[in-house]
Design a protein around this ligand. Structure first.
Ligand SMILES: *Cc1c(COP(=O)(O)O)cnc(C)c1O
Length: 458
C-alpha cells in the first residue's frame, strides 16, 4: 500500500506539467490547484479503501479537465420538457418570446429610462410605461407590478385592508402549494379573515350579512388548482362589486393565472379574463406574469387609480418591486397582445398549448424508429395518445390531447428508473414522466426532431 501512495504525483509537479497548461488558462491556477488537491485526497481514500489506485490515475489531466468543466456547468441547465406539463413550475414555467429575450438583453447592456423621464415630466413610478399598456389591454385605470402573484396578493391586502377584516368565501380558501395559503397570506398582510358560506355554497346574502364597519375588503380567489363540482354556488364579481361599492369597501380578486385573450377562440378551455372583471367593477385584480400570460415571473395588479396609488406608496412595494429585466420582458410580452392575430406564433406558451394533436403524433411517428435503434434492446417503444396538462395550477381538470413515445421494460433487467436517469444525463437532459409502469415522453413541447436525436449531443 505504501508503494501505491508513492505513485501519487505531487501537486507542484502537476502544476508545472505542460499537459496542464491549457487548464491554467481556462480555469485559473487557483481552481486548478484546488481540483488537484481534491483529486489527490480522493486517490488516498481510494487506496485505503480498495488497495489500488483509482482508474483515472492513468490520466490526471483529462480527469482534472472533466471535473473543472462540470464545476463550470450552470445550475440552471437547459432541458427538454417532455413531462406533459407545459407550464412546469420546477422547470421555470413560461418560455419567453424572442421579443422578450431581445428586450431583456437590451436593458442588461445599457442604462435605461427605468425611473427617468426624458421629456422632463415627473414620472410617477417604474411601472408607469407598463401600466399604460396594461390599461390599454384591460380597460383598467392603473396598474402595479411586483415580483410574482403571491407578492401581488400580499401587497393588495396589506395596502387596502391592513388591520381590518377581509371577507372570503369558505370555498375559496386556496392553497397554491409552497406554503401559499390564503389564510396565512391574510395574516402576513395584517388582515383578519372572515370566512363566509360553506365549502360548496356561498350566497350573496352571506357577504351581505358579514359586511360591517370593520370590513376592509371583499375578496375572491380563483380556485385555479381544484374544482368544486356538484351542488355548488358562488357569487359573481359583478354583484359583489356592487355590494362593495354600496358600502365603500374595495373588492379584490386574486385571479391566479388569468388570460388576456379568450382562450376558447384557440380551442382551449376558458380561463377568466382580467378585463372582464374590470368591466364588472372589481377594484383590484391580480394575476401572474409567467402562467398563461406567457411572460416573466411577475405579479400584475390592475384596477382603480386611487387604490393603485396606495399600493405604489406602500412600504412593501419597495421590497416587492420588479427589476428592469422583468419589466423589459413583461413589456415585450404585453406588446405581443396588441397583435392578437400573430400571438399564437409569437408567444411560445400559446404556440405549445395550441399545437394540434396530429402534428405531435406525426412527430412521434418520425422519431419512433430513431429512438428504437437506441433503446430497443431493453425497451419496447410505442407511440401512444396522451393528455398534456397546462400546469402551474391553471385549469387542472382540463387536458389537451397529445401524443407520446412510451418505453416499456422488456425484462426485469431493464429498469425505468435507470432509463429516466440516462435521459436526464444527456447533454441536453430530457425530462419525461413515469406512469403505469412505463416512461412517457409527451412530445407537445419538443421544438425540433433533432433535439431528441443522436444521443442528445448539445
Ligand atoms: C399561482 C397562483 C398564485 C401565486 O402566483 P405566483 O405567480 O406563483 O406567485 C396565487 N393565487 C392563485 C389563485 C394562483 O393560481
Amino acid at each position: 500500500m505504501k508503494t501505491l501512495f508513492s505513485e501519487l504525483p505531487g501537486i507542484d509537479a502537476l502544476l508545472r506539467d505542460a499537459r496542464f497548461r491549457p487548464l491554467h488558462t481556462s480555469a485559473g491556477t487557483r481552481r486548478l490547484t484546488e481540483t488537484l488537491r481534491a483529486m489527490q485526497s480522493e486517490a488516498r481514500q481510494h487506496i485505503l479503501a480498495h488497495q489500488r489506485l483509482p482508474d483515472w490515475h492513468a490520466d490526471w489531466a483529462t480527469e482534472a479537465a472533466t471535473r473543472l468543466r462540470a464545476g463550470r456547468r450552470s445550475a440552471l441547465r437547459p432541458v427538454i420538457n417532455l413531462s406533459g406539463t407545459v407550464l412546469h413550475t420546477n422547470l421555470g414555467r413560461a418560455r419567453m418570446s424572442e421579443a422578450a429575450v431581445a428586450a431583456v438583453c437590451r436593458v442588461m447592456r445599457q442604462p435605461v429610462t427605468l425611473e427617468y423621464a426624458l421629456d422632463d415630466a415627473a414620472r410617477g413610478h417604474r411601472d408607469r410605461a407598463l401600466a399604460d399598456l396594461l390599461c390599454e389591454l384591460t380597460g383598467a385605470e392603473d396598474a402595479c407590478i411586483v415580483n410574482n402573484n403571491a407578492a401581488a396578493v400580499l401587497l393588495m391586502l396589506a395596502a387596502t385592508a391592513g388591520g381590518r377584516q377581509v371577507i372570503v368565501s369558505r370555498g375559496e380558501l386556496v392553497e397554491i402549494g409552497g406554503a401559499f395559503r390564503i389564510p396565512d397570506v391574510m395574516r402576513q398582510a395584517g388582515c383578519h379573515l372572515v370566512e363566509v358560506g360553506t365549502t360548496n355554497r356561498t350566497h350573496f346574502s352571506d357577504y351581505q350579512r358579514a359586511i360591517s364597519d370593520e370590513t376592509g375588503a371583499l375578496m375572491k380567489v380563483h380556485t385555479s388548482n381544484y374544482q368544486i363540482a356538484g351542488f355548488t354556488q358562488a357569487v359573481d364579481e359583478k354583484p359583489l362589486s356592487a355590494l362593495g361599492q354600496q358600502h365603500g369597501v374595495p373588492v379584490l380578486v386574486d385571479l391566479g393565472s388569468g388570460s388576456l385573450i379568450d382562450l376558447t377562440h384557440y380551442g382551449l378551455p376558458a380561463e377568466p379574463m382580467p378585463q372582464r372583471l374590470i368591466a364588472d367593477g372589481v377594484d383590484l385584480v391580480s394575476f401572474s406574469g409567467d402562467k398563461l400570460l406567457g411572460g416573466p415571473q411577475a405579479g400584475i395588479i390592475v384596477g382603480k387609480k386611487a387604490l393603485i396609488a396606495r399600493l405604489q406608496q406602500h412600504p412593501l412595494k419597495r421590497a416587492l418591486r420588479a427589476d428592469k429585466m422583468t419589466l423589459a420582458a413583461l413589456e415585450a410580452t404585453l406588446q405581443l397582445y396588441r397583435h392578437p392575430e400573430q400571438l399564437a406564433d409569437a408567444l411560445p406558451t400559446l404556440r405549445l398549448l395550441t399545437r394540434p394533436q396530429a402534428a405531435i403524433q406525426a412527430q412521434a411517428e418520425r422519431l419512433l424508429p430513431i429512438l428504437q435503434a437506441e433503446f430497443g434492446a431493453s425497451f419496447t417503444l410505442a407511440v401512444e395518445p396522451c393528455w398534456s396538462q397546462i400546469g402551474s395550477g391553471s385549469l387542472p381538470v382540463d387536458r389537451l390531447p397529445s401524443a407520446a413515445i412510451t418505453f416499456t421494460p422488456r425484462g426485469p433487467a431493464s429498469s425505468l428508473a435507470a432509463l429516466g436517469q440516462q435521459l436526464r444525463q444527456r447533454a441536453r437532459p430530457v425530462i419525461g414522466r413515469l406512469q403505469g409502469g412505463r416512461l412517457w415522453l409527451d412530445l407537445r413541447c419538443l421544438d425540433a426532431d433533432e433535439d431528441l436525436q443522436r444521443g442528445g449531443e448539445a
